[in-house]
Design a protein. Structure first.
Length: 245
């Protein structure tokens, strides 16, 4: 009797990306600047899509945005912030009440714990105010480097880094701005290529471009403003209706 076949788990799908990546030298930095200039001209309206009025609201909205669209988060946060307008109110919340409000964002139990824990941390360590330093933010429950970068850049105007979400991770690698397996490594490579004054703006532009043009499944390469600067091998085939390599 033949031995039973063992089904091997499927290998994780790697992001589509350029075969080469720009080196952080003068030439690479000039090309990166040219790409960002093109995206800036094409998407001048690009900004943080999470509706917020203050740093507290931005922190909580960014926590909710994990594995969820910004549009969905923006549907939920008006109710959340009406009931819990500040960290003191949210820190004292009943978890089940918060879960019910944020249920549609997914992973609502874990997110409720993060929201309440983050609010409690703000009250206990910072008098209920959101701190303006990376080292303080990342110590709060539910706040990682990406969330901290979003908050510092958009609520405080501090260029602490580049927030790398799924769009930034994908688009930066297609364009040839980075080549890495983790968001942390992508951020490190982008920071070496791009002037610090443009870090927050870079995230906004790449996210907006990823949503409007460089989509994951159906990229509009033929309408890309950075087409001639892009290093992704598949761009020509997609733009002309041919097969990917």
């Amino acid at each position: 009797m033949p031995a039973p076949r063992v089904r091997r788990p499927a290998a994780a799908k790697k992001p589509a990306r350029a075969a080469v990546v720009l080196a952080p030298d003068a030439r690479g930095k000039r090309r990166a600047t040219a790409i960002l200039d093109r995206l800036e001209a094409a998407h001048p309206e690009a900004t943080c899509a999470l509706s917020h009025r203050n740093p507290y609201e931005l922190v909580m909205a960014t926590i909710l945005s994990a594995q969820c669209t910004d549009e969905r988060v923006n549907q939920v946060t008006p109710v959340l912030f009406a009931r819990y307008p500040d960290a003191n109110a949210l820190a004292a919340a009943v978890p089940e009440d918060v879960e019910e409000i944020i249920r549609s964002t997914g992973f609502f139990r874990a997110k409720a714990r993060s929201l309440i824990g983050c609010a409690a941390g703000l009250v206990e360590r910072h008098g209920g105010q959101v701190p303006g330093r990376m080292e303080d933010l990342v110590k709060l429950p539910g706040v990682g480097r990406k969330t901290a970068n979003v908050v510092l850049g958009h609520a405080f105007g501090v260029e602490s880094g580049i927030a790398v979400d799924t769009h930034v991770f994908r688009v930066s690698q297609r364009l040839g701005l980075a080549r890495a397996e983790t968001p942390e490594d992508v951020e490190e490579q982008l920071m070496k290529l791009i002037p610090q004054r443009r870090w927050s703006r870079t995230s906004d532009l790449l996210i907006f471009h990823g949503r409007k043009v460089c989509a994951a499944r159906s990229p509009r390469c033929g309408g890309c403003p950075a087409f001639d600067l892009c290093a992704w091998d598949d761009r020509v085939a997609i733009a002309t209706g041919g097969a990917k390599r």
